[in-house]
Design a protein. Structure first.
Length: 593
């Protein structure tokens, strides 16, 4: 069976295709890097079609693959003859440059490293004749954990140092194996980020980079595209996807992360074109949540969100399979694996939802028990990495993990706190918000997030050092409105003032709400924050100082249930109690007394 010529053959005559296919019939000698006969024929064919031609040569000398590129690039399929990942792949690539320049490009060198080729060689071609040859080999490890490329050239194609070049392959292989597989597995994934430019100074791709770093990836490239219509097949268009493929080869990318949500079809098509894993922003955030969840409820919520996101993306082979599950010919032992997977996911979603109902009921019982004495709840909300956990630690010595990363803490934390005038309060830290927060996460965490709606006061923590803090404020306000907490009393807490030069800016939009400027890290402004919180909690309430006879204990229960107890002292005549009560509750208390 004749071997296939891969790549772009549009417009190439059948007779020329046959001559290109004849490259498969050539064989290199044991100590022959590339014969001049092979180089000359590749140059002649390149001059005829004015396109790059590449061949992959195995170590035993046979041609493993022949490909034709477009006018300025050649497709380089993934080739691996040696099975071990800690070895070079066992093939070397020789390709032509129609522009006459044999120097290796960044794409060439990136492909050499990412595919672990024995060697990458390029031949310049002018008027159908070879001009010069350059060959590169994987060199020593660099300080950053990558590999340098050792380049030999320019070399005369008609008089190559074949034995020396073949020997360099084996030296490179030994050098490559000196890095143990354990070390290689510990290396971070090399990620290229792709997204459209933001509006009003907001940089969504910059935020995506922070998410990628939080997930443990190494960002090696960032592609910002101008706003355009979304392509249904590839999201960015096939031409841009081809350009991205070359960029990925140059940067040795392991994964491409897109800022917007991709459909199953778009993801599959992009992976085929890019030759690497492709995920979107939602998948990345879900992955971070999965790694950060510590409590049983948090783990259940994350798994539920992941499954709900994955279920509609089990397209696999297109819309044709979406009709399976009923009708003649689709039942019994012939049922497709796709539908079995869907059934298992639906069953698991049902189990998780039932389990979460039990966990939510238990949490609500604990919450009601903590607030049995009428202790007000103060909720910390804000954009991720705004400093909520640091503030909680500073105020309560909670010992919560606080890192300069997005979503450093995920599970809610509740601590008791005493305000300056003696008011007891419960301080609750919630999960951070972020732009384009996945709907699956909002729905899965709704029971946790709705704790905010039960709060008596919301402290909206804002990172004032961020150039996009006003956009972040708007995102948080939108989520709070969606949760039904828009009317809850609010204080805007502008954090990280220690990172500013001079006084805080005066153009901050805060409406009629109180504003407090603090640094949770060094403690400045915290006393003013606590005073403002106490004033807001007690606004519209009166402080009462009463002696309640022991025979009127129903009045004590009413105060515990409806008011906020400041102090309590038992005397011979009864209980001396100080508390805050609403005006309406004062009338009811008089009746009880």
């Amino acid at each position: 069976m004749a071997q296939k010529v891969n790549g772009s053959l549009n417009g190439v005559r059948a007779a020329t295709v046959e001559r290109i296919r004849s490259l498969y019939d050539m064989r290199m000698g044991q100590k022959e890097f590339a014969s001049y006969e092979l180089i000359a024929l590749m140059a002649e064919l390149t001059g005829e079609i004015n396109r790059e031609i590449s061949v992959y040569i195995a170590r035993d000398g046979h041609i493993a693959d022949v490909s034709v590129g477009s006018g300025d690039k050649v497709s380089m399929p993934s080739m691996r003859l040696v099975r071990n990942e800690d070895r070079l792949c066992g093939v070397r690539c020789l390709h032509t440059h129609p522009n006459g320049d044999g120097r290796l490009s960044g794409v060439d060198l990136g492909t050499l490293r990412s595919m672990q080729l024995d060697s990458m060689a390029a031949v310049g071609v002018a008027d159908g004749r070879p001009t010069q040859l350059y060959a590169a080999f994987i060199g020593d490890e660099t300080e950053g954990g990558g590999r340098e490329a050792l380049i030999y050239g320019p070399l005369r194609p008609w008089k190559l140092p074949n034995a020396a070049l073949i020997n360099e392959i084996f030296i490179s292989d030994d050098r490559f194996r000196s890095v143990t597989k354990t070390v290689r597995e510990a290396e971070a994934e090399r990620a290229v980020l792709v997204g459209f430019e933001g509006d009003s100074g907001y940089d969504p791709v910059g935020e995506l980079a922070e998410l990628a770093k939080t997930a443990g990836a190494e960002v090696v490239g960032t592609i910002r595209l101008k706003k355009r219509a979304i392509d249904n097949a590839t999201y960015i268009g096939s031409g841009k996807a081809e350009e991205l493929s070359l960029k990925g080869s140059e940067l040795e990318a392991d994964i491409f992360i897109f800022d917007d949500e991709l459909s199953a079809i778009q993801q599959r098509n992009l992976e085929e074109i890019l030759g690497a894993a492709v995920i979107d922003r939602t998948t990345l955030i879900l992955d971070i949540f999965a790694s950060r969840a510590q409590s049983r409820e948090g783990k259940l919520q994350v798994e539920l969100a992941q499954l709900k996101y994955r279920l509609p993306r089990l397209l696999g082979q297109g819309q044709a399979l979406s009709r399976l599950g009923g009708g003649i010919g689709t039942r019994g032992p012939g049922e497709k694996k796709l539908e079995i997977d869907r059934r298992r996911i639906r069953r698991r979603i049902y189990e998780l939802e039932e389990e979460l109902k039990d966990v939510t009921r238990q949490r609500e019982l604990r919450s009601d028990g903590r607030r049995g004495g009428g202790t007000p709840l103060v909720a910390l909300v804000g954009y991720t990495n705004a400093g909520k956990s640091t503030l909680l630690n500073t105020l309560t010595d909670a010992g919560v993990l606080a890192e300069d990363k997005l979503f450093a803490t995920l599970d809610p934390v509740v601590r008791q706190i005493k305000l300056p005038a003696g008011t007891d309060a419960i301080l609750s830290d919630t999960v951070g918000f972020i732009n384009k927060l996945p709907h699956e996460l909002v729905n899965a965490f709704r029971s946790t997030l709705e704790e905010v709606t039960r709060a008596d006061l919301i402290l909206h923590v804002i990172d004032i050092s961020s150039p996009t803090h006003e956009t972040q404020m708007r995102v948080v306000e939108e989520v709070l409105a969606d949760l039904g907490a828009a009317s809850t009393p609010r204080i805007d807490v502008f954090n990280k003032c220690d990172l500013l030069e001079g006084d805080p800016p005066g153009h901050i939009v805060a409406g009629d709400r109180k504003r407090v400027f603090i640094s949770a890290k060094n403690g400045s402004g915290l006393q003013a924050l606590l005073t403002a919180a106490e004033e807001t909690l007690n606004a519209g309430r009166r402080e009462v100082d009463l002696l309640i006879p022991y025979s009127r204990y129903e009045a004590m229960n009413f105060i515990y249930r409806s008011g906020t107890v400041i102090s309590e002292e038992h005397t011979d005549e009864g209980t001396r109690i100080k508390a805050y009560l609403d005006e309406a509750d004062l009338g009811q208390l008089k009746k009880l007394l």
